[in-house]
Design a protein around this ligand. Structure first.
Ligand code: AMP
Ligand code: MG
Length: 358
């Protein structure tokens, strides 16, 4: 999935106002040279590759540079704790464990607690204990292949988040022997939430955190007062956009089959699996974009809605969801009222029926 963020640099002054804008810019340059206050107008930026993802962070405010340095260090730490393939990670140790309680860091414990709570709410569409099955498909470690029915049937009994036990008194996690977890469905969202908390604490006024384009979190007002504009990828055409979302703050998380997949004998197999079957999700959706206050929850939700489909997602929402979504199917776009109100379809998607669902 690819979301692209459009910033102020793409805005163009109306032709008749160009001269005025230039004069204003020169004046601003002069004023900036006189004092430090203008640092707040220019974003501090970092680009990094973590969690198998190219991330771009942009922050505004006097403390933005220090804040971003701390946020980068934090995300690097989370990457080393949570990676399912890094032999030194806590998740790797947990997955290789013998079913005994394993003490973990505060962050890993917190994320597992969020995952367990969200998983209980999302039912059988979402299971972090899906790792034995996704490993068989080779989506994370390779080689990608179609497991046999017998193989999947033997692995599915190992998938059950209810069997994960968390002991807050000692900060330990117990995972029955043979079971394995993969936090890929919400780790980036959690990292975005933690980075935003850190930036806010360190006095950053506004920021746009783009974690691989599939997880985006914005807070604070842009200095020019405009909304953060986030483009939603066309799930059928890489590099093309289906539309843009204009948000004041919050997270935008997208899940789609096109993010990681392989083809065999004319069939496409993607990395988001239905835990009931152990096979690629088959809800009829091509991508799901969730708007939510919490990036960790939004990340988990976009993955789960891609599995459960629109009707169940609406049920979940009516039960006190607190999220909005855009779901792209082959012949239409479904949008909850709050998401539809801030979504502007682009190109051929301007002609696709947009159905507001509630
Ligand atoms: P996302 O890109 O956030 O949708 O997450 C996709 C990743 O989540 C996959 O690469 C798997 O590691 C993991 N995953 C796939 N299907 C599920 C599922 N049904 N529940 C939880 N995690 C999943
Ligand atoms: Mg996700």
């Amino acid at each position: 999935m690819k979301l692209t963020v459009y910033g102020t640099e793409y805005r163009r002054a109306a032709a008749g106002r160009r001269a005025k804008a230039l004069a204003l810019a020169l004046l601003m340059l002069f004023v900036c040279a006189l004092g430090p206050s203008c640092a707040a107008e220019r974003p501090a930026e970092r680009e990094l590759f973590l969690m198998d993802t190219y991330m771009k962070l942009r922050a505004y405010g006097g403390k933005a540079e220090e804040g971003l340095d701390e946020a980068c260090a934090l995300m690097s730490r989370l990457d080393s704790l949570l990676s399912v393939t890094n032999e030194n990670s806590e998740i790797f140790a947990l997955n290789a464990g013998s079913g005994q309680p394993t003490p973990v860091s505060e962050e890993t414990f917190e994320l597992l607690s969020i995952a367990a709570r969200v998983s209980a709410k999302l039912g059988d569409s979402f299971e972090i204990t899906l790792r034995p099955v996704s490993k068989a498909w080779g989506f994370t470690d390779g080689p990608m292949r179609v497991p046999s029915d017998e193989e999947l049937a033997s692995l599915l009994p190992l998938v059950d988040d209810d069997k994960l036990t968390l002991d807050p008194d000692v900060g330990a996690v117990t995972l029955p022997a043979g079971m394995q977890i993969d936090l890929g469905a919400l780790a980036k969202g959690y990292a975005a939430d933690k980075a935003a908390d850190l930036l806010k604490e360190s006095g950053t006024e506004a920021a746009l955190l783009d974690l691989g384009s599939s997880t985006i979190l914005a807070f604070g007002s842009k200095p020019d007062g405009t909304k953060w504009k986030i483009a939603v990828q066309d799930p059928k055409n890489p590099g093309v956009y289906a539309g843009t979302l204009g948000i004041s703050s919050g997270s935008v998380s997208t899940s789609g089959g096109y993010e990681r997949y392989f083809e065999q004998d004319g069939r496409v197999y993607w990395h988001i699996l239905d835990p009931r079957t152990g096979r690629p999700a088959d809800s009829g959706l091509l991508s799901v974009t969730v708007l939510s206050g919490s990036a960790a929850e939004g990340d988990a939700l976009s993955t789960a809605i891609f599995v459960m489909g629109v009707d169940k997602a609406l049920e979940l929402r009516r039960d006190g969801g607190g999220f909005e979504f855009i779901a792209i199917a082959a012949d239409r776009i479904y949008a909850t009222p709050g998401a539809g109100a801030v979504f502007t379809p682009m190109g051929e998607y301007a002609e696709v029926p947009l159905e507001i669902v509630n």
